[in-house]
Design a protein around this ligand. Structure first.
Ligand code: GUN
Ligand code: FE
Length: 442
């Protein structure tokens, strides 16, 4: 048994978005203990009460004031787009054509794919993200590279080969048939191999022929436990183009609906420009939205309406959408989500934000029996948050008088510097270099 001492916070259920969280949704121990056995959570509780009862062989790590939380989960990001981040003053369709597609073309090279996948996994760990739903490229080797890198660290990833057979350079396009065959082969190789899960990944309607969407839908129907991910209703130009490409469909959502691509296994990235009929259909089918705030503001795509989605009963996850997004940090992502909500006249409590980044996102990915909180038996994927390495966080921390204020501080001013350590199944896989604080003199 290993014991980790620090403040411990996790969610048992959705706390809602009121300033007073629903009772019973949160468990918090100011001086707590996280007990790990065989990579799984054995127990959480109060340190003073538990310490005297631990077996002699227990290895105790004292995180010295750090805040232990379940690892963050990212419900939408692109492994091949790290170097596409922060390019270069355009909106979605130009951004894809000028920066993203040329860069993704490099993944035809297997060695490049491996290097980038390794770097992506290392960066996720350094940002406190322990799992995610990930786009690779249209090259099957990019999927092997990501899963191999994740497996090496023991991380649980859901990911897939991008299906795209038109409106892109031929260094990236597949065909309807080859995309089906390659996806099926990767699914058979990786789905449920250890903690890895394959995900059916048509890029978005505009880069798929009707035949390709048809086959993607067939693959999904034949594998009812496999997730589907795509992009939806992100940008006005994209929406208009899709309308022209699929004139027989009543809406953008109806394109995916028609090809059997909606359902509780489906995660649609963005979903900004939508209406009540769309929300109703999402709720009926159980389809989920990944809210990608830093991408939506950076690319000028629009302001996602979180309150309307919630009140329509649509499940929403929080996501970085790197490389459209500008940070891999789920803390930075929460800050942007908060600001988007404010611009819409809504609010996002820190309770709701931290819930979304952990248990909420685990539920979106159907992984909440494995991760997202510290219930006994969950995989011990956890992070240690600490405000000392980030000068502004450290300055503000002493002024925070309640846990809610501390969480607010972390979500608005926090970034990767707030991640002191990241553990996968109880094994520390990342540890921040010690903060170089100025020496005090007297
Ligand atoms: N729509 C289709 N492909 C992409 C992509 O790679 N990023 C974003 N943000 N939107 C997309
Ligand atoms: Fe995306």
């Amino acid at each position: 048994i290993e014991a980790h001492r620090g403040a411990v916070l996790h969610f048992l259920d959705d706390p809602g978005n009121d300033s007073d969280p629903a009772s019973g949704s949160i468990e918090y121990f100011e001086d707590g203990l996280l007990l790990v056995h065989d990579g799984k959570v054995a127990m959480v509780g109060d340190a003073e009460a538990l310490l005297p009862r631990l077996p002699n062989a227990t290895r105790l790590t004292d995180w010295d004031g750090g805040l232990l939380m379940p690892g963050f989960i990212d419900t939408h990001a692109h492994m091949p787009q790290l170097p596409v981040m922060a390019s270069y003053g355009t909106q979605l369709l130009d951004w894809l054509e000028n920066y993203t597609f040329p860069h993704e073309s490099r993944f035809a090279d297997r060695d490049w794919a491996r290097t980038q996948a390794d770097q992506f996994i290392q960066l996720l760990l350094a940002h406190g993200t322990t799992s995610g739903l990930i786009f690779c490229t249209s090259h099957p080797a990019s999927v092997d590279a990501l899963f191999e890198a994740a497996e090496h660290q023991g991380m649980a990833m859901s990911a897939g080969k991008v299906m795209m057979d038109r409106h892109a350079p031929d260094t990236l396009t597949d065909t309807a048939r080859s995309s089906y065959d390659d996806s099926l082969a990767l699914l058979e190789k990786w789905h449920n191999r250890g903690r890895q899960r394959y995900t059916i990944t048509p890029r978005f309607a505009a880069t798929s022929s009707p035949e390709q969407l048809e086959l993607a839908g067939q693959l999904a129907q034949a594998h009812p436990d496999v997730l589907v991910q795509t992009h939806w209703a992100e940008n006005e130009g994209e929406i208009q183009w899709t309308r022209e490409l699929f004139p027989d469909r009543s809406s953008y959502l109806d394109v995916y609906d028609h090809y059997g691509l909606l359902g509780a296994n489906t995660v649609l990235a963005h979903g900004i420009h939508i209406d009540d009929r769309d929300r109703q259909r999402l709720a009926e089918t159980g389809s989920r939205i990944a809210f990608c705030p830093t991408s939506n503001t950076f690319l000028g795509s629009g302001l996602f309406d979180l309150a309307s989605a919630r009140s329509a009963g649509v499940k929403v996850g929080l996501a970085s959408d790197v490389g459209g997004g500008t940070s891999l940090s789920m803390l930075a992502t929460m800050a942007e989500a908060y600001k988007v909500c404010r611009l819409r006249g809504q609010t996002l409590t820190p309770w709701q934000a931290f819930y979304l980044a952990t248990l909420g996102n685990a539920r979106v990915l159907h992984r909440d029996q494995e991760m997202g909180n510290f219930r006994t038996g969950q995989q011990a994927d956890f992070i240690v948050l600490d405000q000392s390495a980030s000068p502004l966080l450290a300055m503000k921390a002493p002024y925070c008088q309640t846990l809610a204020e501390t969480l607010f501080n972390l979500m608005i001013l926090g970034d990767d510097r707030a991640i002191a350590a990241t553990a996968i199944s109880g094994t520390i896989r990342y540890r921040r270099a010690t903060a170089a604080l100025p020496e005090s003199s007297s």
